[in-house]
Design a protein around this ligand. Structure first.
Ligand code: ADQ
Length: 454
């Protein structure tokens, strides 16, 4: 069987991938991270200059090969073009985007450096699977060096509407680079339609059934949504609910319903709008005021980017304002924590929570929505309130779908969720759990690697 080579911006420390705090890519790719696989990417460390060759470690039969990034490259490639330009544009939030031609030049150079360091590690039959927006140009660099292996790419974030994608000065060059892959995978059919639309409007390329012919090569554009391992997550949630810290949490609620939000601290996750909606809920539904406690756990993220620092300040301010206006001697309406909680603890909290509030302004998929459902107690499940602009919404129609920009609508959904009868909660949960089990992490890996090997 051909070896799988996974390429991603960040490669986790192997010691962490089997631990309880592992999240993100390592969870989604668990099925593919089997013995023999090579995982290549950035170590997460910076040095004076970007490494020319990779440093390899073997752990549980898996090879982790990493390079360090030069400090200046890290700033221009990672903080600059990847997270200051591509991230907001791809999430259709151009107001947050900055474009600096110098950053784009470095982005291309770092993509080239990834390709250069990967080249000597490649074998002729390897299947190469590249991940996400930071690495749009690696395949093109590999092709230029003569690599003819099958190369696939998966975009974890949304692909923007063509008119927005065109705002990017190097839009055409980025599309051409992406067409160096054999397979391009998207989270939803909307993302794929946007990509095909951009190919048509910018490059004049027709796509028949998602297959594009470019420079005598065929590129297949497929939809392979990412998922979680629902049963093992459910198991983790059940175990933790018996633990002492979970019991303390339940006691502190004093019989009130818990509403939970768990996100990276990122402006795409819609946290200020969510806090505003909660405030509106407290204003408009005084009868529920002391019946609910909202816990928001936000993991600090990309703090070197200015916009992320101002977001943090904005949320601190809103928290103070809500608690100042509505707290009582024995009730704090909003508990807001800026930290990364252990994965098992998050699972347990989801299970205790009567409402899961997942309201990104735009999201590729959003695994929190799936984790919240997997963690529920089938006998007394909670209600998921989900943004219709998360990729997860297209596969979870039984959630209470909301427009996160509509604070009144979200406030109304919170009230509806609090008063929803048990039989309706169970019916929605049963349908959603079946979907979360079906569109799993394992299915995602099997489907994508199936396309790649075809
Ligand atoms: P993210 O934007 O990171 O991922 P998401 O899919 O929600 O978003 O995954 C976040 C993961 O981190 C979840 O497993 C969650 O439990 C965990 N997490 C978040 N905040 C946490 C906290 N404070 N403490 C502990 N754990 C926390 C990107 C895309 C998504 C896409 C994924 C996978 O932006 O749209 O779903 O990749 O493709």
């Amino acid at each position: 069987m051909a070896r799988l080579v996974i390429v991603s911006n960040r490669v986790p420390d192997p010691a962490e991938t089997s631990g309880p705090r592992a999240g993100g890519l390592a969870v989604g790719l668990a099925e593919a991270l089997t013995s023999g696989t090579l995982w290549f990417g950035w170590s997460g460390k910076t040095a004076e200059t970007t490494s020319m060759t990779a440093n390899s470690v073997v752990h549980n039969g898996l090879t982790y090969a990493t390079i360090d990034l030069g400090e200046a490259d890290y700033k221009a490639y990672y903080l600059g073009f990847s997270n200051g330009t591509l991230w907001p544009i791809f999430h259709m939030m151009p107001g947050h985007a900055v474009f600096d031609r110098g950053d784009y030049v470095v982005y291309r150079e770092v993509n080239q450096a990834f390709a250069n360091a990967l080249l000597p590690l490649l074998e002729p039959d390897d299947l190469i699977w590249i991940h996400d927006y930071q690495l749009l140009g690696v395949a093109a660099a590999l092709r230029a060096a003569g690599v003819s292996n099958r190369i696939g790419f998966f975009l974890h974030i949304p692909f923007p509407a063509p008119a927005l994608f065109e705002v990017l000065p190097p839009a055409k060059a980025l599309l051409e680079a992406m067409l160096a892959h054999d397979i391009i995978g998207f989270q939803t059919s909307y993302d794929r339609a946007h990509f095909l639309g951009a190919l048509s409007s910018i490059l004049g390329l027709p796509a028949n059934d998602g297959v594009v012919t470019y420079r005598n090569r065929q590129v297949s554009c497929v939809v392979t949504p990412i998922g979680i391992d629902a049963d093992s997550f459910a198991q983790m949630a059940t175990n933790i609910a018996r633990r002492i810290d979970a019991r303390r949490m339940i006691e502190s609620l004093a019989g009130r319903a818990l509403m939970i939000g768990v996100d990276r601290l990122d402006y795409t996750k819609g946290l200020p709008e969510r806090f505003d909606a909660y405030r509106r809920f407290l204003q408009h539904y005084p009868e529920h005021r002391r019946q609910v406690s909202f816990l928001q756990i936000a993991a600090p993220s990309r703090e070197e980017v200015e916009r992320y620092r101002t977001l943090r300040e904005e949320l601190n301010h809103k928290t103070g304002s809500i608690n100042g206006a509505y707290s009582d001697f024995d009730w704090v309406p909003l508990r807001y924590m800026t930290r990364t909680a252990p994965r098992s603890m998050v699972a347990g909290l989801y299970r205790i929570a009567r409402i899961g509030l997942v309201t990104p302004l735009r999201d590729g998929m959003n695994l929190v929505a799936k984790e919240y459902i997997a963690a529920q107690n089938p006998a007394d499940p909670g209600v998921l309130i989900l943004s219709r602009f998360a990729g997860a919404a297209s596969g979870m129609p039984e959630a209470l779908l909301v427009n996160p920009f509509d604070v009144d609508g979200v406030a109304e959904a919170i009230s509806l969720a609090l008063t929803m009868p048990l039989d309706e909660r169970q019916a929605r949960y049963t349908a959603l759990m079946a979907r979360v089990r079906e569109v799993s992490a394992a299915a995602y890996c099997r489907e994508f690697t199936g396309w790649l090997a075809a």
